[in-house]
Structures are given as structure tokens and as C-alpha cells.
Design a protein around this ligand. Sequence first.
Ligand code: PMP
Length: 338
Amino acid sequence: MTQVPVREQTLDLIGNTPLVRLAGPSEEAGCDIYGKCEFANPGASVKDRAALYIIRDAEARGELKPGGCVVEGTAGNTGIGIALVANALGYRTIIVMPDNQSAEKMQTLRALGAELVTVSPTKYADPNHFQHVSRRLAEETEGAIWAGQFDNTANRKAHIEGTAKEIWEQMDGRIDGFTCSAGTGGTIAGVGMGLKEFDENVVIALTDPHGAALFNYYAKGELKAEGSSVAEGIGQGRITGNLEGAPIDTQFRISDEEGLEWVARLLREEGLCLGLSSGINVAGAVALGKHLKAEGRENARVVTILCDSGFRYLSTLYNAEWLGSKGLPVFDWLAQSD
Ligand code: PMP
């Protein structure tokens, strides 16, 4: 087994995450399904990568100067990544977040020393949407930059140069399909672009939650949302700068119930504690595996993203009362412990 090298600085702990074969999903799909363990990043999510690239890019362009400040609007995980990277490099962090996101993410941001501003959740067209509030705050704050993860393509570059290359090498160049859901779209676009550079036959599939508009966009060219989802960090209503030119070959729509079923199974059968976007991604990977099989690709190898840790959602996904209040099925072991 190759030895894991000693890193020279904490920022080098971002990326180079493990890839693991998922037994239950593989059995269900009749092919091999692998999960990229992004919860193993120092900030426990896939967004550490984008945070590092966005900050390094702003430094390289001369916009972010020593002692400066990074401002961002986020569902939480990008904020956590930015706060960690900013702390390591001597910058301040101001994070704007909708107040319906998990309490754990807000507590984590405060614990990391970020200045936290919460706003009411609202539509993107509303000037009080968290993204617009964060942009205005950046403009008003001395020495600050706005990370702008949705349209700033330093985000997807992290996945072209990092995640995609790692997946290709970890899979020894034998990969048939990749799928994940989109928040900013940085992961799906960046990994898709990166993998297509290695092998244009890798099938890239978008896995969309209910309540997002991208499934209809890629299926019929129409940005139209249907239904809703409680999944945090995913579910996009527009073509962000990061999604422009994303090589999407096919798409699946996955319900919260399907995603939760995989969250429960992976926890109970394989000991992995994940957030709901990971469960939705795994459901999408099973759908992609079956799709490839139906197209005649035998022994397909499909990769998806395990975006963040379930420990970030103890008060929601792993709380019987909360699940019940959302009309979602309660995991039987939680119902029993009450
Ligand atoms: N899952 C979670 C939990 C997230 O926080 C995010 C980021 N918003 C994503 C998935 C989607 O990642 P991306 O922004 O790269 O589309």
C-alpha cells in the first residue's frame, strides 16, 4: 500500500480524498459504484476545494491583499471552507447565510471565527437574497473581495485540476460514468470537463433534486422547477457561470425519500454517516449504473461524490422530530430511541 505523504502545511490537507466502493449501491445497480469521500476534507465538505482555489485566484490577480477580508453568500459549507483557508492565510471572513440552513453549520462558522450574517430565505430575483446581500457587503467593506462561488469559475477549476484528475488516477483510467447534483455546479461541471479531457466516452449525468430547474433544462432546454427538497447546498434554478458549457450527457431526478433511503442504508449497512446531497448523489449513481447496463455497458464503473458529513445535520436529518415535521420518513432506529 502506498504511504500517505506528510504534508508541509495545513492547506495541503485539502483534496486527495479517498475513493471507496459502495457495496449496497453496487449490488442494487449491478455494477461498481464508488464514492469520492469529500467529507474527509478538513472542513468536512467538497467545498474546501473551491474555497482554496477562489482565494488563491484572488491573490494571484492582486485583488486580495495581506490582512484582507473574504465575503461570501453560502448555504454554509463554502463558508466553512473559506473560514478555514482564510484563517490559515491571515484573512478575515464574513459569511451571509439563509437562516433555514442547519444550526450545526452556523455554529461551526461562528466557532471558526467567521462573522456570520443570516438573512431570510428568498428568491434569487429578490435584492435581499443571500448572494446579493453578500456582494453588497463585499463592496462596502474595506479590503474585501467577494468570493462569488456561483459564477466565479475558479470554483470549477478546483474540480478540473483536482477532483477529476484524482478520480481518473484512483480509477486507473477505467471509469464509465460520473454523476452528482449541483449547487453552484462547480463540481459537476469541473469533474465533467476534467474527465472528458481524459476520455470523452465517460458519461456525465446530472442528478437533480426536486425543486431545482436543471433537470428540465438538460432534458428539454427549459429552466423549470417542480416540487421541493429539504437537501441543503443543492438545487439550482439558473445556469450559473460554473455550469456554462458543462458536458452533461444525461440527467436523473431524485426525490428526498430516495436520497434518505440511501443515507439510511449507507449508515446502517456500511457505517458511513452522510448528508442528504450525498444520498441523492448515490441514488443518481445507481440510476446511472442501471442506465449504462441497459445501454449494453457490462461491468460499468460509476463514480459519485459524498459531499459532506452527516454530523453536520444531527439536528435535522438525524432528528425524528424534524424529519416528522417535514413529512419525511423517520429512520426506524431514531423512532425507537425516543
Ligand atoms: N452538497 C452539499 C452539502 C453542498 O454544500 C454543496 C455546495 N453548495 C453541494 C453538494 C454542491 O456542490 P457544487 O456547489 O459544487 O455544485
